[in-house]
Design a protein around this ligand. Sequence first.
Ligand code: ADP
Ligand code: MG
Length: 324
Amino acid sequence: MSEFNIIQEYFNRPERRYAVPAVLGIGDDCALLDVPAGQQLAVTNDTLVEAVHFLPGSEPEALGYKCLAVNLSDLAAMGARPLWFGLSLTLPACDSDWLASFSRGLFQLADQYDVQLIGGDTTRGPLSIGITAMGLLPQGQGIQRKGAAVGDSIYVSGHLGSAGLGLKMASGEWNKVDSSAALTRFLRPEPRVDLGLALLPFASACIDLSDGLSSDLNHILTASVVGATIHAAEIPMIPDLQSMPQDVAERFALSAGDDYELCFTVPLDRESDCLAVLTELACPVKRIGQIESEPGLRLQRADGSVGGISPSGFDHFGETYHGA
Ligand code: ADP
Ligand code: MG
């Protein structure tokens, strides 16, 4: 099967109608996009490499879903509406079963949010999937990392640490643990698109949790030139993690990463209006701490003791892998 046939068979879907279609999609040298007056384009790019970001031999349907999910998660963290994406696919061989399954998972999520594949690149080599996702924001808006101010409340969505536990299970490292909730979070993280859109008028800063709370929240603190205290007892975790020793559960929640939940800050005078809007969403949010003037990130335990936590998460060029 030629490169052209792969694209035609698995990725080109001219019959599908989108709410905001590209002016020109797959098939020419470039895609053409119309950015409506008063709006701006939000663009993000994430690559998943076999044996680095996903386990060798990963099930392709979940992989297709996840590689788009991690990109939609970045758009959600800015409060952008996802509309289009490009796909750079590097494949070791042309395996029709793999391609059928991969594209099924990919389009399952794309169709859920009415996001259109508008082009890409197909090459041969070690398995790697790069996606560039694009969305729209009202001109001049977008929830940046640098907006957190002293006194703002810190929230997270969903549950933390589940994907880290799921990775331990999927890799066979922890074969006595059986948590379908954790495995699902690891294999098919749900990008918090609706939450991000709802947060746009309220949040002072936002980031999606790809590397782990301690690392990702630290990006907000550094960019905003502030510090924070978070409360260990408030960090939302699934029961399968809560039943583990506290230090183990905390390590998953703070530094395992891959959860793709949103961490955001809200000014006190916007908090009740914000929460009123968020109660209408399916996704739960939890207040875990507050922004302070003293630099650094601190963790307060149930007994009242407070300790500093250093940012530890996945860093490709860091010296050690800090994952749980
Ligand atoms: P070019 O050589 O001009 O870059 P290609 O032959 O690589 O074009 O691709 C032909 C068309 O197919 C282009 O519109 C490109 O965007 C699209 N395309 C290539 N690979 C993919 C892919 N994996 N998914 C979606 N569209 C793709
Ligand atoms: Mg060309």
